[in-house]
Design a binder for this molecule. Structure first.
Ligand SMILES: NC(=O)c1ccc[n+]([C@@H]2O[C@H](COP(=O)([O-])OP(=O)(O)OC[C@H]3O[C@@H](n4cnc5c(N)ncnc54)[C@H](O)[C@@H]3O)[C@@H](O)[C@H]2O)c1
Length: 457
């Protein structure tokens, strides 16, 4: 091929690559999006650099981005959040990937839509009903829809349940039970990370609960109408039950507190100095990047800090439009992680128990395989359905959703309605917001009212 032709071919292939910019070089941003886009995914998952390219990173933490680009030997341009417009002008992304802290998603989604970009956002889409309205108004004025990465739908066990319900095997769903437990390592981590501030995460009923509320809305193909919840801060925070105290009931110095703290003793002894500020965030095993903006090195943070004012345990009742109900419980400090799930339908009952073990030290409980669904027809023998495990995070969900987001919706995804839009994102967030508002007010919360969508309005 002569030089000009070769250059033309290269230009065409460069142009035809879809251009992505990442807003928030988070762990999620790196492992789920940046590495596969850069062709640097080494975890057995797919790479997409043949069809896509990462053209910019926006994040306030310059040192974090610099260390990432150094280790990956990429020349990714870095932009501070204030340089959003310049990033768009200089790097011309087709799509923004929104992966900063939850409370910041809204501003990047809206700015991206207004700049004419497509937007993929991590869950939760946003953190309250006001932000939902801002996102959906931006969608309307720009004629574009946001994609919300509700990856948990893609786990094989969750798809199998969806199929059972969709094909009518259970009849009409009358009631459901969903208990989700986070273990002492994973659950406690939210209480020293940014998630502990409601302004950053919406609280854990949104930041974490949105996964579960979205699953239930999707499984039932229904929408929540009313939510009532009890909840509290029981283990962590200033008065947390796990907080070590001296004989007079006073808290210890910060180093002594960690030395005596059962969470620190189990998960961090020998790894972090109790007298130092560093703890946790041990998920980033490949790069070990700094977090200088979110957690300035001189700042002490721990799970009993005064400013913690979110809940660590919830008991919730939800009524859906069809009349189906869910009893939901979520606890952020339990001995094993995973869930217990039950659906009662007019033709039978289905149960699933799934254990996962996010503790990277592997000290807690061994993780389970794909899981088992047990179906009890109302008038018949019990049937066990074994679900094969799939490779990738969140029970195989993470690799599967990447294909839909970067290549396009598969036939299965279309049939199971796997890709979530802003409306699905909105109801997952609104349920979580209704939970903490109900805990606070002691009253049931009407979802349509919360969203400003009551009849006649
Ligand atoms: N789908 C899932 O299963 C899943 C799993 C984990 C996290 N998440 C979501 O991914 C997102 C990131 O979570 P994480 O725990 O990986 O984050 P993280 O704590 O690893 O990183 C947050 C990043 O955001 C940056 N940041 C802070 N302020 C910013 C701003 N104004 N603009 C841009 N960037 C900013 C920080 O510097 C940091 O790089 C969250 O929305 C979280 O809920 C989803």
């Amino acid at each position: 091929m002569d030089r000009d032709l070769q250059r033309d071919a290269e230009t065409t292939s460069m142009k035809s690559k879809h251009r992505y910019a990442i807003c928030g070089l988070s762990l999620r941003g790196i492992y789920q999006y940046a590495l596969p886009l850069l062709g640097l995914n080494r975890s057995g998952g797919p790479n997409f650099n043949d069809r896509a390219e990462l053209v910019a990173v926006l994040d306030p933490d310059r040192a974090r981005v610099a260390e990432f680009t150094r280790q990956t030997q990429t020349n990714l341009p870095w932009y501070a959040p204030g340089a959003f417009a310049r990033m768009i002008r200089e790097t011309q992304p087709d799509t923004l990937i929104v992966t900063g802290p939850d409370g910041i998603h809204c501003r990047h989604i809206v700015a991206g839509l207004d700049a004419g970009c497509g937007v993929i956002t991590e869950k939760p889409m946003v953190i309250d009903a006001k932000q939902i309205r801002r996102v959906q108004a931006a969608e309307m004025r720009n004629g574009r829809k946001v994609q919300v990465a509700h990856n948990y739908r893609y786990a094989p066990l969750h798809k199998a349940l969806k199929r059972m319900i969709q094909t009518g095997k259970l009849g009409r769903i009358v009631s459901t039970e969903f208990t989700y437990n986070l273990d002492t390592w994973h659950g406690s981590s939210y209480f020293y990370r940014w998630n502990r501030a409601r302004t950053m995460s919406g609280g854990l009923s949104i930041s974490k609960g949105c996964h579960h509320f979205d699953l239930m809305n999707w499984w039932l193909d229904d929408l929540p109408e009313e939510v009532f919840a009890f909840g509290g801060l029981n283990y962590f925070g200033k008065e947390g039950a796990l907080r070590p105290r001296d004989a007079k009931g006073r808290p210890y110095s910060s180093a002594e507190e960690k030395r005596r703290c059962p969470v620190f003793r189990k998960h961090y002894t020998g790894k972090y100095d109790p007298a130092g500020n560093a703890i946790g965030t041990g998920w980033d095993t490949r790069f070990g990047l700094p977090y200088n903006t979110l957690y300035p090195p001189g700042e002490r943070r721990y799970i009993y800090d005064d400013e913690i004012a979110i809940e660590d345990s919830y008991s919730v009742a939800v009524r859906y439009r069809s009349g189906a109900t869910m009893s939901y419980a979520c606890n952020f400090c339990t001995p094993w992680e995973g869930y217990i799930l039950g659906f009662n339908g007019t033709k039978g009952r289905v149960e699933a128990v799934h254990r996962s073990d996010p503790d990277p030290t592997g000290k807690t409980n061994p993780a389970e395989d794909g899981g088992t669904i047990t179906f009890y027809p109302l008038f018949g023998g019990r049937q066990e359905i074994k679900v094969e495990a799939a490779a990738g995070g969140h029970g195989g969900a993470d690799f599967a959703i990447q294909n839909d987001l970067f290549i396009g919706e598969s036939r299965e995804s279309h049939q199971l309605e796997l890709l979530a839009d802003s409306e699905a994102g909105a109801y997952a967030v609104a349920t979580g917001e209704a939970v903490w508002r109900s805990v606070r007010s002691g009253r049931p919360i009407n979802i349509a009212r919360l969203l400003g969508r009551e009849k006649g309005k």
